[in-house]
Design a binder for this molecule. Structure first.
Ligand code: GLU
Length: 557
């Protein structure tokens, strides 16, 4: 068969040669060791947690090697595409400060970075494969392929278009021409040069070296709509965009031999590959399974934005999943840029990392505790602006008060770690607002009876009645606490815990119990940051209103 004639018949609209594209996309000026990586998502729905995980790996590898990282949108599967999907990907990545050097919505010399806009380029290479006798049109219908599959299943043969099943391999030029004249639709298939029993050695950066069976199928490389599937599209793009290292999900691992065959047939040097395992989680029944888009709200990156986990905390968490020694590094370098961490693909787990919301919560608490009050205020306010308008107004109207609240127990060697995400910020500090605390009677809501059930009711009432006489907002903290001790002594509690422990029968409790009673009456909680600071911020008026309210609630039972 005259392959050149066939190529013209199949792709009459393509007037360029591969050399045109090779010249258009100039060689990158890379120095030894510099890696070009890409994050190449398909816009098929919300952005998955695993997407951020993979893109961060791409980003770190490129940046640490002083190379290039770009964003390519792989949208040749039009059936799976979701409206607005591209924008969603771009917005999410930008919100996590993953700033690509090039790519869709970032610009660059190797675009377009959206595959559906590169049809002419793919077809140029596909045409070339036809000219070299390495590709041919296939007119088999869905039902032809279904029959083939059934027969192969029955005969326990390899499923796919190969060997005697690859019937369109044998069509003559005249037959092909006639079918095209009849308006029959075709796909272009790669003429696979390998047979059963052929093997290939592959080398994956995370999984190591393996010998695997060669792909034997004549896979589709141009679909009937003119666009290629992933296989040809990524080979052409990663060649022209000069990717040196492909980091991608391990669902692609089994097609690696097929992909390498295409690189070989096209005369391209393949990039290095690193296949990453999906993020997993332990489900309600204790079983490990893939973090699922359908079942797990935390699989959607919007979950983190909506709940107000700081971007820096989520990134720190992802880093601990990528490389387990990150956590120790972070403890020693709390303020250091993640780019200074010694990230390596080789340190990634081949079996998959486990998503654990408790761990994220701890990391986030730790992260927020290391910020200044102004930083927390700004982040929380931005979160509220988008997700809680009423709280946003509160932040704006009471800026200085919020800054004071957020400053309690902050600039000390062991800062408080009571906040993991901004959705809970108001609930965490609602007791600092009279309208909320008194207006909603938080004491009743939080069940003050229960909180103080360990203490004798008479003693509790006494503490609350007497405390206003002992409180002076001008007192320094040590004097303030001495006065709690004075009150303790006056109403039959030990001044010192030690004293109580030596003779518990002599006392109703100790000074710590007295401050707990005051804390509960003032905040509706047994644990809060520094009570002295809280009282100072609330002021005398609010304190006496709260003590009165506590007495009322307690006396109502
Ligand atoms: N578009 C592919 C996907 O979303 C990406 C594979 C790759 O990174 O090459 O699974």
């Amino acid at each position: 068969m005259d392959n050149n004639k066939l190529a013209e018949l199949l792709f009459p609209e393509i007037d360029k040669l591969p050399s045109f594209w090779e010249q258009k996309y100039q060689k990158r000026n890379l120095s030894q060791g510099e890696e070009v990586t890409r994050y190449a998502p398909s816009p098929t729905g919300f952005v998955h947690f695993g997407a951020l995980f993979a893109s961060l790996a791409d980003f770190l590898v490129a940046k640490k090697s002083k190379g290039v990282v770009f964003l390519r949108i792989e949208d040749t599967d039009k059936k799976r595409e979701v409206l607005g999907g591209v924008q969603e990907i771009v917005n999410t990545l930008k919100s996590f400060n993953i700033n690509f050097d090039e790519g869709e919505s970032f610009g660059g010399e190797y675009g377009p970075y959206i595959q559906s806009e590169r049809e002419e380029i793919y077809k140029t290479y596909a045409k070339e494969l036809v000219k070299k006798g390495k590709a041919y049109p296939c007119f088999c219908s869905e039902s032809d392929l279904e029959h083939m599959r059934e027969k192969q299943e029955k005969n326990k043969e390899n499923i796919g278009y190969h060997g005697e099943y690859a019937v369109c391999r044998n069509l003559s030029y005249e037959q092909i021409e006639q079918k095209i004249k009849n308006g029959e639709k075709f796909v272009l298939r790669f003429k696979c040069p390998y047979n059963e029993n052929d093997k290939v050695e592959i080398n994956d950066i995370i999984r190591g070296k393996r010998v695997v069976p060669q792909n034997i199928n004549d896979v589709v490389i141009i679909k009937s709509n003119g666009l290629p599937p992933y296989n040809l599209a990524h080979a052409v793009d990663d060649h022209l965009m000069q990717t040196t290292l492909v980091i991608r999900g391990d669902e692609w691992f089994s097609s690696l031999s097929e992909h390498l065959q295409l690189f070989e047939a096209l005369g391209f040097t393949p990039p290095k590959y690193a296949h990453i395992s999906p993020i997993q989680k332990v489900d309600e029944n204790g079983n490990r399974r893939k973090l699922s888009k359908r079942k797990d709200p935390e699989a959607d990156m919007n979950f983190f934005a909506e709940n107000g986990y700081p971007v820096g905390a989520v990134k720190d968490y992802i880093l601990t999943l990528l490389n387990s020694d990150f956590e120790q590094w972070r403890a020693q370098n709390p303020k250091e840029d993640i780019l200074n961490f010694d990230f390596s693909l080789k340190k990634m787990s081949a079996s998959g990392s486990l998503f654990d919301i408790k761990k994220l919560t701890d990391i986030s608490k730790n992260y927020i505790s290391g910020l200044t009050n102004i930083e927390v205020y700004d982040l929380a306010k931005s979160w509220a602006e988008k997700y809680d308008k009423q709280l946003y107004k509160n932040f704006v109207d009471n800026k200085n008060y919020w800054l004071d609240i957020l400053n309690i127990d902050r600039n000390i060697p062991k800062p408080r770690k009571d906040l993991s995400h901004f959705k809970e910020i108001f609930e965490t500090y609602n007791y600092m607002f009279d309208e909320e605390f008194i207006g909603k009677n938080i004491l009743k809501e939080n069940n003050i009876f229960e909180l103080l059930s360990a203490y004798d009711k008479e003693a509790v009432l006494k503490v609350l009645q007497e405390y206003p006489k002992f409180y002076d907002e001008c007192d320094e903290q040590s004097v303030w606490f001495d006065k709690i001790k004075d009150l303790s002594e006056k109403i039959g509690f030990a001044r010192e815990v030690k004293e109580f422990k030596q003779n518990p029968e002599k006392f109703k409790g100790h000074c710590g119990d007295v401050s707990t009673i005051i804390r509960v009456a003032i905040t509706g909680r047994t644990q809060t940051p520094n009570l002295y600071e809280i009282l100072k911020l609330l002021g005398k008026d609010s304190i006496s209103k709260r003590l009165k309210l506590a007495l009322e609630v307690l006396n109502s039972k």
